[in-house]
Design a protein around this ligand. Structure first.
Ligand code: FE2
Ligand code: FE2
Length: 264
């Protein structure tokens, strides 16, 4: 090996330097303060981005609601049912302390709970009387059709939509469909939507029944505690009576609804 004078000591000196002493040796960069114009440009760009984000969210919300209305349309509903379902579910999720992310998924996915009705024949959907056994079996398929529409997506929102479509007719005592899931085996989103969907169905006019009053709806929910509905969720729902009444009485247009979409 050839000896090169001074090289070893140079390497040693380099090795012994601390990150701070190295930084001290670097030529200092001159600090140029941003002037007012730069700050204004940045502020405008930020506002434009926030505007674009808001518009995108509103378009997404509107697309979801209009898509959900397509499924409810044949049932004679023009959108008020699904908007209330979304509002009731969000209030429930809020009271239960769901994360902002889960709350947002619940808010956007719950209106699509009956999307599978798109695959159910009109003569069954619009039958004024009671369904016979074979018609009822076809009707129950809307849960699986809805699940199939959303399954396989990587989007958390569409995964929630698949879960809700599949489980919103499961009952707490295991007597629901399509899988007869019991109690906590039914995902929380499914249990929430099951409750608010029953409530809204009771207080709404349908082709096979007249509308009950808000008070009758509340009473019905209490009666279904433990059998059809999760008793803990029923208690939460009862405590939210005032907020639920506001949603029930609001009768929002889709435009109002979409503007309200931002979850705080
Ligand atoms: Fe349903
Ligand atoms: Fe529904």
């Amino acid at each position: 090996m050839t000896y090169i004078p001074g090289r070893g000591s140079h390497r040693r000196k380099e090795r012994d330097k601390t990150p701070e002493s190295r930084r001290d040796e670097e030529p200092r960069k001159e600090y140029i303060p941003a002037n007012d114009i730069d700050i204004l440009k940045l502020k405008n760009a930020h506002e434009e981005l926030a505007d674009t984000h808001r518009t995108l969210r509103e378009s997404q919300a509107e697309m979801i609601f209009r898509f959900a209305i397509a499924a409810e349309y044949k049932d004679g509903d023009t959108g008020s049912h699904i908007m209330r379902i979304s509002d009731y579910s969000t209030e429930m999720g809020n009271a239960l302390g769901l994360s902002h992310h889960d709350l947002e998924c619940l808010r956007y996915a719950s209106p699509m709970h009956d999307i599978g009705k798109l695959g159910i024949p009109d003569k069954i959907l619009q039958k004024p009387g009671k369904l016979d056994d074979s018609e009822w079996e076809v009707m129950k398929q809307h849960t699986i059709i809805g699940f199939n529409i959303f399954k396989g997506s990587h989007s958390p929102l569409l995964k929630a939509a698949a879960e809700i479509a599949l489980t919103h007719h499961e009952k707490f005592d295991g007597s629901g469909y399509p899988d007869g899931l019991k109690a906590e085996h039914i995902p929380i989103f499914g249990r929430i939507v099951a409750l608010v969907d029953v409530f809204d169905a009771v207080i709404s006019k349908r082709c096979y029944k007249t509308a009950s009053t808000f008070e009758e709806g509340m009473k019905c929910i209490e009666e279904l505690s433990n059998s059809h509905l999760d008793p803990d969720l029923v208690k939460v729902f009862m405590k939210l009576e005032g907020k639920m009444f506001k949603i029930y009485s609001a009768n929002k247009s889709i435009q109002q609804y979409v503007k309200d979409e931002e979850i705080q």
